[in-house]
Design a protein around this ligand. Structure first.
Ligand code: KG4
Ligand code: ZN
Length: 336
């Protein structure tokens, strides 16, 4: 089954063709990062306009790269939530038009479910159940993936997402948007214990997380140094921040495995590209005898292939949308 998959929830326009949920035939992405960099963050209005300029040509390119024609497609999958509403609507409307004109079923896909499904592309034998650590620019969740379309949230951030925390700190250091990957690169060779970062103490669910205290502490440290005209050791500051974020995420992911009895941990989302988090997950899972799945960096960030992978399983579960499909800025992963 060949699915044309469309993703436009934030600042990447992406169209892919995925076969049977597991094989990527093409995965085309038009990134808007350079445009939004001028403003230090995503400008929603500009994102929508860029999506509409890019999406038609990108779909043609994706079909051509897959070596297919429109007649070879069996369904259209599209991200319909969560994300920037104007941006989502571009993809949703394009997918509706494609499905209607080609007489194909339309399958709505939750963006975070798509991030989790990136693991099915990277690990062809991976099947639920497993625990997934979802770390993106807007979401930080520990999820029990009970089945392909059945999710239970075990813990989530109470304030900022991990990616947001990295991006804000990077911005104050002076790195261009989105700073997460740049902060990661600058942490190479740094001393991760040079700067003391706070550990969040939360009451209630032990799998819940918090990153706003860490973000504020790092920003205060940078401003104080500026006022005192002191020079900071940037690689060590970046390494200390990455270690602090990882120390929130990794022990909780391991605790979630113990709590559920699952033997596999998957990672998903843009922040899953972080080298410190990847190394810590590898060590913790090796020690605990847990199978670890981490998609390659190209499948961690937003892409169309992940929507095609999840779209296949949503299709098998009977999920369909009509021409009245709407987009939603927020939506629970569990309801998705
Ligand atoms: O999943 P994603 O592409 O978009 C959302 O759905 O939010 O995640 C984007 C986030 C940004 O905050 C970006 O800075 C962060 O992922 N990111 C990283 C790294 N690469 C991307 N954060 C830390 N280390 C990285 N290597
Ligand atoms: Zn994403």
């Amino acid at each position: 089954m060949n699915i044309l998959a469309v993703e436009s929830s934030c600042d990447e326009t992406a169209v892919a063709v995925v076969r049977d949920g597991r094989t990527v035939l093409s995965d085309c992405i038009a990134s808007q990062v350079e445009l939004h960099r001028l403003y230090g963050g995503v400008v929603p209005e500009l994102a929508s306009r860029k999506h509409i300029e890019a999406i038609y040509a990108l779909a043609d390119e994706s079909l051509a790269q897959a070596g297919l024609t429109r007649a070879d497609l069996d369904a259209v999958a599209v991200t319909y939530a969560p994300g920037l509403i104007g941006a989502l609507l571009v993809g949703v409307n394009f997918a509706k038009a494609a499905a209607l004109s080609l007489g194909l079923p339309l399958v709505p896909v939750h963006h975070i479910r798509g991030h989790i499904a990136a693991n099915y592309l990277a690990y062809p034998d991976l099947e639920p159940p497993f625990v997934c650590l979802v770390v993106s620019g807007g979401h930080t969740l520990i999820v029990d993936v009970e089945d392909y379309t059945c999710f239970h949230i075990l813990g989530s951030t109470r304030d900022d997402a991990a990616g947001e925390c990295f991006d804000k700190i990077a911005r104050v250091i002076g790195m261009p948007y989105p700073g997460g990957a740049a902060l990661d690169r600058r942490s190479a060779g740094g001393d991760d214990r040079k700067y003391t970062m706070p550990h969040p103490h939360l009451s209630g669910n032990p799998l819940d997380m918090s990153f706003s205290g860490l973000k504020t502490a790092a920003i205060n440290l940078i401003h104080t140094a500026e006022q005192r005209m002191e020079t900071l050791d940037i690689p060590s500051l970046c390494a200390s921040c990455a270690a602090a974020v990882s120390n929130v995420l990794v022990p909780r992911a391991m605790q979630a495995l113990a709590q559920t009895g699952r033997r596999t941990l998957a990672a998903a989302g843009g922040v899953a590209a972080n080298s410190r988090i990847r190394a810590d997950l590898q060590n913790a899972c090796a020690q605990a005898g847990i199978r670890l799945c981490m998609p390659p960096l190209s499948l961690c960030g937003d892409n169309g292939a992940m929507i095609g992978a999840q779209g296949y399983y949503e299709y098998l579960a009977g999920k369909r949308a009509g021409s009245d499909l709407n987009a939603f800025a927020t939506m629970s992963l569990e309801k998705g």
